[in-house]
Design a protein around this ligand. Structure first.
Ligand code: FMN
Length: 467
């Protein structure tokens, strides 16, 4: 049987997202990101194309590494202004029936107790269609504005993240037992207090003695997304994530990443096939190759050199504004996205600043595939076959036009080849993705926190220590 390719849409509650400058294209609607109607329209298009989900990126902070200021980010609308992603979950859910809604939130800025309630609320409102993209953040400006003085060291951010998810698992999985909510009108008992437990969490970073404020949501723990690419990042993804996002510009890098992440997941006792890996990709498709090329050139004419380097500098932590366009990128130490620097200084080839800006100008760090439906379908199938990737996380050049092209032209071509789903599975997002659920499987580390006797013992120990 031909293997199915999976699609996710990569988006953000801002203009232009990964294609700086293209908000000025006459057909781009991303500047209407403040309107819920716009988001509902985009979501309906994606659901028509049986996308697994819309994945909404987010940053707390702004990109001020390039030329040491925020001028070009503001000037080009480069992910600033940026609105809150979680508030899009409910309106998108109301406009669709199946589409997954992946929300990015950082483990570095918000306390896990308040975040747990916000996430469970979204899982309730969407009837179990929400995912959480776990990020540790890379922008100094964000850390400074929440009073942390500056970004914590890269590996330390992952230590905090590990405890953060532990707190959430305890709240989601072990606080309210199955059957705790009775809603018994006759006896006038809403919930059975004996089945609602304080989690008794105390660790190096967080102290959360009490119980979860929400009753269990359809998935309890929403589907977990992650995009770690450094050593600690990949270990984190392999241990926790169900969907992993990567931004590999070449097949060889992608193949190595996929093999590595699956091996790490297997070593962590998980089924490496129950972990979907999506590569960031932009697809520009039209009826013929020539039309698609012309479309791409038109898009490119709106691309912003400065806007592109604003992102690349922010992601890498390196001010590319200090170099001439023809300079080669050198290997430097960074506290931001370590893996990005490794990619573009790696053994495949050395890049100049100008090449990097051009590469990242449309769709960000992933590859851009341009052509007719059959040309692009051939490329995607080839990438999947050679790298073992599960799917593609599709960025837009011009929205929703880029997505409409995929849905109306590429998806039917892939379906004709038996290489793309023709319907959604029933159930929650986890069930639609993996055919099982709605809760995390027993092989997932969250399972550790479901044992009620252990929950009670932690609660008692925490109380004793507090006395
Ligand atoms: C496709 C993709 C999407 C990402 N989205 C976000 C995001 O929305 N917010 C964020 O802070 N980081 C985001 N990241 C960065 C990752 O969370 C991670 O920091 C990065 O891949 C580098 O890995 P490392 O932290 O292990 O070095 C994204 C990365 C990729 C590849």
């Amino acid at each position: 049987m031909t293997r199915h390719i999976r699609f996710n849409a990569f988006d953000m509650n801002c203009v232009g997202h990964q294609s700086p400058g293209l908000w000025a294209h006459p057909r781009d609607r991303s500047w209407t990101y403040k309107d819920l109607d716009y988001w509902q329209d985009v979501a309906r298009i994606l659901e028509r194309g049986i996308f697994d989900g819309i994945f909404i990126a987010d940053v707390i902070g702004y990109y001020d590494v390039y030329k040491g200021s925020n001028f070009h980010a503001l000037h080009q609308g480069a992910q600033i202004p940026v609105n809150d992603p979680l508030q899009l979950a409910a309106p998108i859910a109301l406009a669709t029936e199946h589409l997954g809604i992946g929300i990015t939130a950082s483990t570095s800025f918000e306390h896990p107790y308040t975040f747990a309630r916000r996430l469970s609320t979204a899982d309730h409102h969407t009837k179990g269609r929400v995912g959480w993209n776990i990020v540790t953040s890379y922008l100094e400006s964000g850390a400074k504005n929440v009073g942390q003085g500056g970004l914590k060291a890269h590996d330390n951010r992952y230590e905090i993240a590990a405890e953060y998810v532990e707190v959430l698992y305890k709240l989601f999985e072990g606080s309210w037992e199955e059957g705790a909510v009775l809603r018994d009108r006759e006896r006038r008992i809403f919930a059975d207090p004996a089945k609602v437990h304080e989690i008794g969490h105390k660790g190096p970073f967080f102290d959360v003695p009490g119980y979860h404020l929400c009753e269990p949501s359809p998935q309890r723990t929403p589907v977990l997304y992650q995009a770690g690419a450094s050593g600690p990042g990949k270990n984190f993804a392999a241990a926790h994530a169900e969907c992993v996002f990567v931004a590999a510009p070449t097949k060889s890098l992608l193949k190595a990443y996929v093999a590595d992440i699956r091996a790490r997941a297997a070593a962590a006792g998980r089924d490496p096939r129950k972990l979907y890996i999506y590569n960031l990709t932009t697809v520009i498709v039209d009826e013929t190759d020539a039309k698609a090329e012309a479309r791409f050139e038109d898009y490119r004419s709106y691309s912003s050199y400065d806007g592109s380097l604003v992102f690349l500098s922010g992601w890498s932590g390196i001010d590319f504004g200090q170099y001439a366009p023809s300079d080669l990128i050198r290997k430097v130490e960074t506290n931001a996205i370590v893996s990005m620097v490794e990619t573009f200084t790696g053994k495949d080839r050395a890049w100049t600043i100008e090449e990097l800006a051009r590469w990242g100008g449309v769709g960000g760090l992933g590859p851009v595939f341009v052509g007719s439906p059959s040309t692009v379908a051939d490329i995607l199938q080839e990438w999947q076959e050679e790298t073992d990737v599960d799917g593609f996380n599709l960025a837009y050049a011009v929205t929703p036009e880029t997505f409409e092209g995929v849905v109306d032209l590429l998806v039917p071509e892939l379906q004709k080849r038996g290489a793309y789903p023709t319907a959604y599975r029933p159930g929650t997002l986890r069930e639609k993705l993996f055919g099982e659920g709605p809760y995390l499987p027993k092989t997932h580390p969250a399972d550790l926190y479901r044992d009620i006797e252990a929950v009670k013992a932690r609660q008692a120990a925490h109380r004793e220590a507090a006395e």
